[in-house]
Write a protein that binds this ligand. Sequence first.
Ligand SMILES: C[S@@+](CC[C@H](N)C(=O)[O-])C[C@H]1O[C@@H](n2cnc3c(N)ncnc32)[C@H](O)[C@@H]1O
Length: 211
Amino acid sequence: MPEIVNPRIEDYLRGLYDDGDPVRLEMEALGRERRFPIVGPLVGRLLFVLARAIGARRVFELGSGYGYSALFFARAVGEAGEVHCTELSVENARLAEGFLSRAGVWGRVTYHIEEATVALARVGGTWDVVYNDIDKDGYPAAVDLAYAHLRPGGLFITDNVLWSGRVLAGEDDGTPATAGVKEFTRRLLAHPGFVTSVDPTRDGVAVALRL
Ligand SMILES: C[S@@+](CC[C@H](N)C(=O)[O-])C[C@H]1O[C@@H](n2cnc3c(N)ncnc32)[C@H](O)[C@@H]1O
């Protein structure tokens, strides 16, 4: 599989970004222990900067795990902000409550134990950021849904759009996940209501500005 970012460059950046935050480090240790796919500190910092840069107060996450990406959003939105998380696993939501309480941001967070796109359609409303990290075969359906629930000037941010390089010709493993990521990216780039840039950090992050 092709390398997206040279691992030495990733290590260098991780070293520069290391703030020693104990809750973040504990969450990363759990990710390594369970081989759970959290976004990691490089993408986490990107999420924080993007949310803070647009003055985001309302963030809706599609696919939240045990709250690692939500930690960055919850800090970015500040005390008056809110982050809605969606997750299929009750155990992950329980872990998130522990971590995010210790980080002092649980009061800004709401977990929905529900399929993510169903939850966004049910909760409704207008959001500053919609963040997408669900199972990859579900990605294509998220484009129009996110558009419908973002304010103009809001951001639709999606992880894993380079999918470890499996998006490249000749690397496709033929799974529904790879097909989902490729169809999603095609739809997003073609959507007249978004201007999208793909940042190759880690596994590729699509940042789409809602017009
Ligand atoms: C790749 S993990 C990422 C978690 C989180 N964004 C992070 O970086 O810390 C995706 C999580 O979303 C959940 N998930 C996947 N598809 C989902 C869906 N359609 N609805 C709700 N949760 C989903 C999985 O259970 C998993 O915990």
